[in-house]
Design a protein around this ligand. Structure first.
Ligand SMILES: Nc1nc2c(c(=O)[nH]1)N=C([C@H](O)[C@@H](O)CO)CN2
Length: 121
């Protein structure tokens, strides 16, 4: 069982997202917290970025995905992000917390949290 985590906190992306017609003509802000379970020991031992998950690369991929996919539901975006990370990076599992900022009045935030595991590693 891998206990190490590479994470990204509070990554904000402005994009078109929402169920209702009025939401399809404006940009709203999504905020991602992502935890990627991966063994960092090899990278730490030889101090080598290529042996771990590059969080800056992941963040860029997430921004691109969130801007390109104009989904209705945040569930759809969270699932696509999880599947992208599992497919493209050496992680055993990923947890994606996705908040839609300002979506519901009188709330601190609304969102979804999903965890997905890779069967390959
Ligand atoms: N579980 C969800 N509920 C709602 C979503 C969503 O993406 N997932 N979206 C909306 C609207 O787009 C909302 O953000 C606008 O007020 C409503 N509920």
């Amino acid at each position: 069982m891998v206990h190490d985590i590479v994470f990204i906190e509070a990554l904000k992306v402005d994009t078109v997202i929402g169920v209702y017609d009025w939401e399809k003509t404006i940009q709203q802000t999504l905020q991602f917290d992502i935890e990627m379970r991966t063994d960092i020991k090899a990278a730490a031992q030889i101090d080598d970025l290529s042996k771990t998950v590059d969080y800056s690369e992941v963040a860029a991929d997430v921004v691109e995905l969130a801007k390109q996919n104009q989904a209705e539901l945040i569930e759809t975006v969270a699932e696509k992000v999880a599947q992208l990370i599992l497919a493209d990076y050496h992680v055993s599992s990923v947890k994606v917390s996705l908040r839609k900022l300002g979506a519901v009045a009188n709330t601190a935030s609304v969102g979804v949290i999903i965890e997905r595991a890779n069967t390959l590693n």
